[in-house]
Design a protein around this ligand. Structure first.
Ligand SMILES: NC(=O)c1ccc[n+]([C@@H]2O[C@H](COP(=O)([O-])OP(=O)(O)OC[C@H]3O[C@@H](n4cnc5c(N)ncnc54)[C@H](O)[C@@H]3O)[C@@H](O)[C@H]2O)c1
Length: 346
C-alpha cells in the first residue's frame, strides 16, 4: 500500500488527485496540506487522513511515500524539490515550472534523491493519444511532415469558480503567481503532447503571444497572455503550429491534426470519433476510444494511475527528464520569440 500526501487542495486536487487516489486500491491518502488550512480539512473530511498545518510536518512523516504537488504555478519547483529532498516520490502538476532552470533543478533533485518525479501531463495518457502514437510509429500516415495542435476554452475563471459565480480575481490572472497565462494553463499540455506523439524534441520556436480580451475586475487588460500562436520545429524536421487560447467562448477545442506523407490523422477533433484517419489512397479509418475530458466533464486522467504504477513497479518510462525540461524551454522560447519578433533556437 502506497501512502500519499496532497499538497495544494484546490480544484485539481478536488477533481482529480483525491478522487483518483481514493479509487486506486494500491493507495491510501494519508495527508493533506494547503496554505489555506480549511482546504486541507475539507479534503480530509471527505477522503480521510490528516490535515497538516505545515508542509514540513507533512514531509517529515516517514510513512508518506509520495506526494502530489497541486499548488499554484509559482510554487511547483520549490515544493517539488523540498518533497524530493524529504525522500518522497512526486507527481507535480503542470506546468512543471515557470522557467527551464527550475525545471532542470527539479530533475536533478529527483536524480539525487533516487525518487520518481512525474509531471501531470495527463494528455499523454488519453487512450486516443496513446493509440495515435502507436499508429504514427507503425507508419499509418507515413512520415509526419506538419501538424496543428490546439487547446482553447473560455478561460480559467470558469474552472476555478466553486459556486458558479465567475470573476476575474483569480491567481491564474496574477502574473506573480501564475507567471504565464494560457501558455502555462493550456499551451504546455500540447507542447508536451506533440513532442510525445512525434518522439522528437522542439528545436526552434517563433510565436505571437497576446492579450486580446480578458480583463481584471477593474476592467484593465490582464497582464498575462490570453492567446498564443506558435510555430514549432522539431529535431526530426516536423513543423507545425500550437495555438492556445482562453477566448474560445462557446466550445472547447482540444484537437491535434498530423499531416504525413501517406495521410492525415485527426485527434479529438470535435467529431464522434476519437481518431479519424484519411489516407492518401482515399481510405477512411476511425477509432472510437475515449472522449476528451473537459472542465465540465472530468474523466480519469490516467496520470495518477500511471504514477502509482510507476512507483509500484519501479518502471521509470514516464519520469520527468529531457523532454519535460525541453517543453518548458520551448514555452520560454516562445515568449522570447514573440517579444523580439524572431525565431529562437533551443
Ligand atoms: N492537469 C491539468 O489539466 C490541470 C488542470 C487544472 C489545474 N492544473 C494545475 O494545478 C495547479 C493548481 O490549480 P488549481 O486549479 O487546483 O488551483 P486552485 O487555486 O483551485 O488550487 C490551488 C491550491 O493550492 C493552494 N496553494 C497555492 N500556493 C500554495 C503554496 N505555496 N503552499 C501551499 N498551498 C498553496 C491554494 O490555497 C489552493 O487551495 C496549477 O498549477 C494548474 O496549472 C492542472
Amino acid at each position: 500500500m502506497i501512502k500519499v500526501g496532497i499538497i495544494g487542495c484546490g480544484r485539481i486536487a478536488q477533481r482529480r488527485h483525491a478522487p483518483e487516489y481514493a479509487s486506486n486500491k494500491a493507495v491510501q491518502i494519508a495527508g493533506y496540506f494547503d496554505g489555506l488550512q480549511n482546504k486541507a480539512r475539507e479534503l480530509a473530511a471527505i477522503y480521510g487522513g490528516t490535515a497538516y498545518s505545515s508542509l514540513d510536518e507533512m514531509l517529515s512523516n516517514p510513512e508518506i511515500d509520495a506526494v502530489s504537488v497541486c499548488v499554484a504555478n509559482n510554487a511547483h519547483a520549490i515544493t517539488t524539490i523540498k518533497a524530493l529532498e524529504a525522500g518522497k516520490h512526486v507527481l507535480c502538476e503542470k506546468p512543471m515550472a515557470t522557467n527551464s532552470e527550475d525545471a532542470k533543478a527539479m530533475v536533478e533533485a529527483a536524480q539525487k534523491s533516487g525518487k520518481l518525479l512525474m509531471i501531470g501531463q495527463n494528455q499523454r495518457y488519453n487512450t486516443g493519444h496513446v493509440r495515435a502514437k502507436e499508429l504514427i510509429e507503425q507508419g499509418l500516415i507515413g512520415k509526419p511532415l506538419t501538424f496543428k495542435t490546439t487547446f482553447g476554452h473560455s478561460g480559467p475563471e470558469f474552472w476555478v469558480s466553486e459556486d458558479g459565480n465567475v470573476n476575474s480575481d483569480i491567481w491564474f490572472f496574477d502574473k506573480r503567481i501564475a507567471s504565464m497565462g494560457a501558455m502555462a494553463d493550456l499551451g504546455i499540455h500540447k507542447t508536451d503532447l506533440i513532442q510525445y506523439l512525434l518522439g522528437s524534441k522542439i528545436t526552434e520556436v517563433s510565436a505571437k503571444i497576446m492579450t486580446l480580451d480578458k480583463k481584471t475586475s477593474q476592467g484593465d487588460p490582464i497582464d498575462l497572455e490570453d492567446n498564443a500562436i506558435c510555430i514549432y520545429k522539431l529535431a526530426n524536421g516536423v513543423v507545425g503550429t500550437l495555438t492556445c487560447s482562453w477566448t474560445y467562448y462557446g466550445e472547447e477545442d482540444n484537437s491535434t491534426v498530423i499531416f504525413g506523407t501517406k495521410g492525415i490523422m485527426r485527434l479529438y477533433d470535435n467529431s464522434p470519433h476519437t481518431i479519424q484517419i484519411r489516407t492518401s489512397r482515399g481510405d477512411k479509418i476511425f477509432y472510437d476510444l475515449d472522449t476528451m475530458m473537459t472542465n465540465e466533464n472530468q474523466l480519469q486522467s490516467g496520470v495518477i494511475k500511471e504514477f502509482v504504477r510507476a512507483i509500484t513497479t519501479g518502471d521509470r518510462t514516464n519520469e520527468a527528464g529531457d523532454y519535460e525540461v525541453n517543453a518548458i524551454r520551448a514555452i520560454e522560447a516562445a515568449f522570447e520569440a514573440s517579444a523580439q519578433d524572431r525565431t529562437v533556437k533551443l
